[in-house]
Ligand binder design. Structure first.
Ligand code: ADP
Ligand code: MG
Length: 349
């Protein structure tokens, strides 16, 4: 009897150890991740790659290559950096061929395409007008109608001829500004770098413009916060598995002249800053498309949603903090959740 009991105890112990091991193997997440922040493109970039325990090196390699991809896009496309390809194109005289890398060409081709699709609301050739308003913001003095007309006269895609390996301007003073699309392209390139490094999932967030893919460390889809345009906190969250969420808001980057606030987004129809849409958020398969359409709808407002291509969804917050309206496409609504106090209960028609 006692011999039996003695044998029985180790049997239980073995069972317990095996069961615990099994439970650990089952419930210990197979995925690991990292979360790092960098100063890129005049803002904070947060990268969150995910890999399996079998491939831990994908985190380090993914981060390194994704950051390099973002910095490369910044170096090629910034109009502020003196030796960027875009700076070269902008300072070139009419008729001079300016060689461009495949990256810059790809973004210019997409920018030209979205200019057409958005009825000219997204127009990367408004560089001369942007330059005028940036200077006005610094000098704290509004430009004259004449200055605006002069700048507007050298805007438009008809002033640029895109060739296979570069571009030529047809008029002196024409300038491209990729500020409304290059960040998205950089995010796409960073996501590509994470995939190539072997990551099974990841998130790239550059100043609130986000793209996600694949798996999180813990199960479930990615959840992306959309900032409240009127104050601190979030207006809500977007849930998605693969794709991008970009927001254009005039609450973040703007300037003041004589007590009035002006957006950094130009309405190409008037060559003046837009002022009616505090925040536009767009969901699209790629960050390049989401970024550009967020800027386009900042110009067009809610009526512009009819121009959105298939697979692109939007939310437009219009008007002022006192009397704002929130519009969203059906597909956006399916993925969006309001954070209190925002939402249908407070804003029911
Ligand atoms: P951010 O996300 O950095 O706030 P946006 O995506 O909203 O920027 O794009 C705004 C930037 O796009 C401006 O700073 C300017 O460089 C450029 N831009 C301004 N107006 C237009 C326009 N109508 N079309 C294309 N680009 C524009
Ligand atoms: Mg944009």
């Amino acid at each position: 009897m006692s011999r039996r009991a003695v044998n029985f105890i180790p049997a239980i112990a073995v069972f317990v150890v095996v069961a615990a091991g099994l439970a650990l193997a089952l419930f210990r997440p197979d995925r690991i991740d990292d979360d790092q922040q960098y100063d890129i493109m005049n803002t904070v970039a947060t990268l969150n790659p995910v890999t399996t325990r079998a491939k831990p090196e994908a985190l380090h390699n993914g981060l390194r290559n994704a950051v390099a991809a973002l910095r490369k896009v910044e170096a090629h496309m910034s109009s502020h950096l003196d030796r960027s390809e875009i700076a070269n194109l902008n300072s070139a005289p009419a008729g001079e061929f300016v060689p461009l890398s495949a990256d810059v060409r790809a973004v210019m081709v997409m920018a030209r395409h979205i200019a057409e699709a958005s009825d000219g609301a997204f127009d990367a050739t408004v560089g001369p007008v942007i330059g005028l308003w940036v200077a006005a913001g610094k000098a704290k003095q509004l430009p004259t109608d004449e200055q605006i007309a002069t700048a507007a006269a050298v805007c438009g895609w008809d002033k640029f001829e895109l060739r296979d390996d570069g571009a030529v301007k047809s008029i002196d003073g024409a300038r491209v500004n990729l500020g409304g699309i290059a960040k998205g392209y950089g995010i796409d390139k960073a996501i590509e770098a994470l995939r190539k490094a072997g990551c099974v999932g990841g998130m790239v967030d550059v100043g609130g413009d986000v793209r996600v893919f694949g798996q999180r460390r813990l199960d479930g889809p990615w959840v992306v916060g959309v900032r409240n345009p009127f104050g601190p906190g979030l207006i809500g969250t977007v849930t998605l598995q693969d794709g991008s969420v970009c927001t254009s808001g005039n609450y973040e980057r703007n300037f003041t002249i004589a007590g009035r606030r002006y957006s950094h987004i130009i309405d190409p129809r008037t060559s003046r800053p837009t002022d009616t849409n505090p925040s536009v958020t767009v969901i699209a398969p790629t960050a390049m498309v989401a970024d550009a359409w967020a800027t386009a709808l900042s110009v067009l407002g809610w009526p512009g949603h009819t121009l959105l291509p298939a697979g692109v969804e939007a939310m437009v917050v219009t008007s002022s903090p006192q009397a704002y309206e929130i519009h969203m496409t059906e597909g956006f609504g399916e993925r969006f959740r309001f954070n209190p106090p925002f939402g249908p209960t407070e804003n029911a028609p």
